[in-house]
Ligand binder design. Structure first.
Ligand code: CA
Length: 322
């Protein structure tokens, strides 16, 4: 291609540095091929949120936020630029029928996993309700599933009072039999964010619970190691669900349920990399970002880093590095 001086086509007329690869350049639109790498899918549903939420617009914001970062990992002298993330687009939602929205998520992801059995999905919510149909689809094609959930909340509310919402995804999974309580690990639970009834329900169901105090006392790295050890002996695949409200409000102002006393972003990102480094971890969702509440896309930018650290962990696994 011929150039005149530094002239660029108008659609590319931005600052270009050939020594830099931006992280959004990892995304490649799906062209119908079978995919055995990472696959990105947007699940833009937030009408199921108990509080008002614009999380349906998060997938596009997170994709865009990747463009704020490069692919180079200075601490490990590793470049992610050879990694491919196929962008399958978003699941189209029904305008008014929330149960139909969940049905579409489960059906679409089931078909996706059947057609691409080696795909590692990275799913962008949406509110946390999407994890119920998403994990059901994951379980249908992967076998017995273990779930590691980062969250300030149990999300084990009963389904009778208000139907499926962002407060019920793990209740729905346990009640349907898609997930056993002993295969669910919740990390980052916070004071003044949950009810005693659901705490008791979680313990009765043998869900493993790690509060913020546990993280301070035992260190996240040890909790992740123990969690993986607990699951690897009995499940076929592990799914990681990242509710961004596990972060302290100082790090995630774009979450509908912000609050103090939560994780810092570095601790979360190191945990994601550690998890991705395990061969049984085959999928992840990121939920509960409302870009309309965010400040300078801070929360979407953390989500972009969650994706990059997940890819980094898998890349190190491929190179057999710790
Ligand atoms: Ca949640």
């Amino acid at each position: 291609m011929k150039h005149i001086g530094h002239l660029l086509p108008s659609q590319q007329a931005v600052f270009v540095d050939r020594g830099i690869t931006k992280a959004n350049q990892l995304l490649t639109e799906w062209q119908g091929q079978t995919v055995d790498s990472f696959g990105l899918v947007g699940l833009p549903l937030s009408k199921t949120s108990i509080s008002a939420s614009g999380a349906a617009s998060a997938p596009q914001h997170i994709r865009k936020a990747l463009g704020a970062f490069t692919t180079y990992v200075i601490e490990d002298a590793i470049d992610l630029k050879g990694q491919q993330v196929i962008d399958f687009g978003d699941v189209g939602m029904h305008v008014t029928d929330l149960v139909e929205c969940h049905r579409r998520i489960e059906a679409s992801l089931t078909e996706l996993y059947e057609q691409h059995p080696k795909l590692t999905p990275i799913l962008l919510g949406g509110d946390h309700s999407i994890s119920c149909p998403s994990i059901k689809a994951f379980r249908k094609t992967k076998g017995r599933v273990g779930v590691i959930q980062f969250d300030a909340h149990h999300d084990l509310r009963n389904l009778e009072d208000g139907g499926p919402s962002n407060g019920t995804p793990f209740r729905g999974l346990l009640e349907s039999g898609a997930l056993r309580g002993e295969d669910l690990i919740q990390i980052g639970l916070r004071n003044f964010s949950n009810g005693q009834l659901y705490h008791q329900y979680a313990m009765d169901e043998q869900v493993q619970l790690w509060t913020m105090r546990d993280i301070h006392e035992r260190k996240m790295e040890n909790i992740i190691t123990e969690s993986l050890h607990r699951l690897e002996k009995k499940v076929d695949a592990i799914y990681v669900s990242v509710d961004m409200d596990v972060l302290d409000q100082a790090f995630a102002p774009g979450c509908p349920a912000i609050g103090p006393g939560g994780l810092d972003s570095t601790t979360l990102l190191k945990a994601i990399e550690q998890l991705a480094h395990h061969p049984l971890v085959h999928g992840m969702d990121i939920v509960e970002i409302d870009p309309s509440l965010d400040f300078r896309d801070m929360t979407s930018r953390v989500a972009a880093h969650v994706i990059l650290h997940f890819i980094l962990g898998k890349m190190k696994l491929g190179r057999n590095e710790c």
